[in-house]
Design a binder for this molecule. Structure first.
Ligand code: PLP
Length: 461
């Protein structure tokens, strides 16, 4: 990966420069290199200092000076080289076009925010009335409009609460409702979500005890009923969102569990608020609340298509116990998250929704158009059929017919370092750029990125 623009890496550079100074000797090429102060006087770099800060710009200038010392560029063009190497922003995160065919790619930050959500984030960046009633001047409930939006979309919920992520929602539920007590859970739902995150470990870390019932493949309502006792905190129902057990299987439904006289916490994972006919196997908050769940927990940045957060919806009494618990303060989300969440819930269809529901013929047409454009410039590009997946630990086994631009395999690595970076996948010895998760508006950016890394373009990097 090319981290050249990252401030972390850049900070190391002046040191490398001073080492070079220490060992430098006769026939010194450095004499021809413009001094840092003089380079920083370049009006373009003066502007850059205002935008990015002096440390970052000095580091970039240092990098350009090193290249001049190494003879890679003429000493007189240090300022030009520095300007060309300036990062877009003062942060190291770079935009990536997701052409992997995985709609919610964890390494790419899962869901991409809608334009409405991006605008809401920008509007909330400064001071904002996140916890203030402007009409009365009094303090008000933090994030009340975001919570109201959730409740409007899910009338089956009496109350809502938002925390940092899905895992935090479970931790808060376990802490507030079951610390020192038992959480009854099926052996078939003891899930590892990814990257070593294991639900049982997380729950036990709160001081709750796990009471496992049933077997890996079969658990029935009677198994839970037998385990219920004075020590029960709640019954936990988890949607095994990233794997499938098939064959001789059964599991108890939320409706069955809600008849056992103890609270039922149901983790739907992906954040669908209502059923989606495209994903019949995916539970949604409305259905599980109607079936009797006391609380439903979910992630904000999976199928809901919003910012990273954890959503808790359900009966007012239980939501109150969660949001009044001291731990809630440690898990609370910032104003930017609340703004993005509300705009996601109220706003137009999200990029995730668009990708999920894209028409495969339209994807194929786009792939053919892009291939034709690139072929015109002599590139080995063609349109091929492809298979996309939901990803992000959602909808296992669901494949979405898709279309891709197929390029020679070496393009995969080069495109990752293009601007903007394009992340494809290598399959059958070819680099595939799957278009299902690429918004149509970015098609020309994909073409430009491919051209910029084509060997014939002569743009040495
Ligand atoms: C993804 C997922 C989680 C964890 O949510 P994060 O937002 O990643 O913390 C928990 N449970 C299920 C069923 C999930 O799918």
């Amino acid at each position: 990966m090319d981290h050249q623009d990252g401030p972390t890496t850049l900070r190391g550079r002046p040191e490398a420069g001073s080492t070079a100074r220490g060992t430098g000797s006769g026939g010194d090429p450095r004499r021809h290199i413009v001094r840092t102060d003089a380079v920083l006087g370049d009006p373009r770099l003066v502007t850059a200092v205002e935008r990015l800060g002096p440390d970052l710009v000095k580091s970039v200038v240092g990098g350009a000076q090193e290249r001049a010392r190494a003879g890679e560029i003429p000493g007189a063009s240090v300022a030009d080289a520095a300007v060309a190497a300036l990062p877009e922003t003062a942060a190291g995160l770079r935009p990536v076009i997701n052409a992997t065919g995985v709609l919610l790619h964890t390494n790419l930050g899962r869901a991409s925010l809608s334009g409405a959500a991006q605008e809401a984030v920008l509007a909330a960046c400064g001071h904002t009335d996140v916890e203030l009633d402007l009409a009365t001047g009094a303090r008000s409930r933090r994030g009340r409009t975001a919570l109201a939006a959730l409740l409007e979309r899910v009338p089956a919920a009496e109350a809502a609460h938002v925390v940092n992520n899905g895992a935090a929602a479970l931790v808060l539920a376990a802490t507030a409702l079951a610390a020192g007590k038992e959480i009854i859970v099926s052996r078939g739902e003891m899930v590892e979500i990814g990257d070593g995150f294991r639900l049982p470990d997380l729950l036990v870390s709160t001081g709750a005890r796990l009471r496992e019932v049933g077997t890996t493949n079969r658990t029935v309502a009677g198994d839970y009923a037998q385990a219920v006792g004075p020590d029960t905190g709640f019954l936990l129902k988890v949607h095994p969102s990233n794997f499938r057990v098939t064959g001789f299987t059964s599991s108890a439904s939320v409706a069955e569990l809600s008849g056992l006289g103890v609270p039922v916490v149901a983790d739907i994972g992906s954040g669908l608020l209502r059923p989606d006919p495209m994903l019949p196997g995916e539970p949604d908050a409305t259905s599980w609340l109607r079936a009797g769940a006391s609380l439903v927990t979910a992630s904000g940045d999976k199928l809901l298509g919003g910012p990273q957060c954890g959503i808790v919806l359900g009966q007012a009494e239980y939501v109150r116990r969660l949001n009044r618990h001291p731990l809630a303060r440690a898990l609370r989300v910032d104003k930017l998250t609340l703004a993005a969440l509300e705009a996601t819930v109220r706003g137009p269809a999200t990029p995730t929704h668009a990708a999920l529901h894209a028409d495969v013929r339209a994807l194929r047409e786009r792939a053919e158009r892009l291939a034709a454009e690139l072929c015109d410039t002599g590139l080995d590009a063609r349109a091929v059929d492809s298979e996309a997946a939901v990803g992000g630990g959602g909808a296992p086994g669901v494949t979405l017919p898709s279309a891709a631009l197929s390029l020679p395999a070496p393009y995969a690595a080069r495109l990752r370092c293009a601007t903007p970076a394009v992340m494809g996948r290598v399959e059958g010895g070819r680099c595939l750029l799957d278009l299902r998760a690429v918004p149509r508006e970015l098609d020309q950016a994909v073409v430009a990125a491919v051209r910029s890394v084509a060997p014939t373009a002569g743009l040495g990097r």
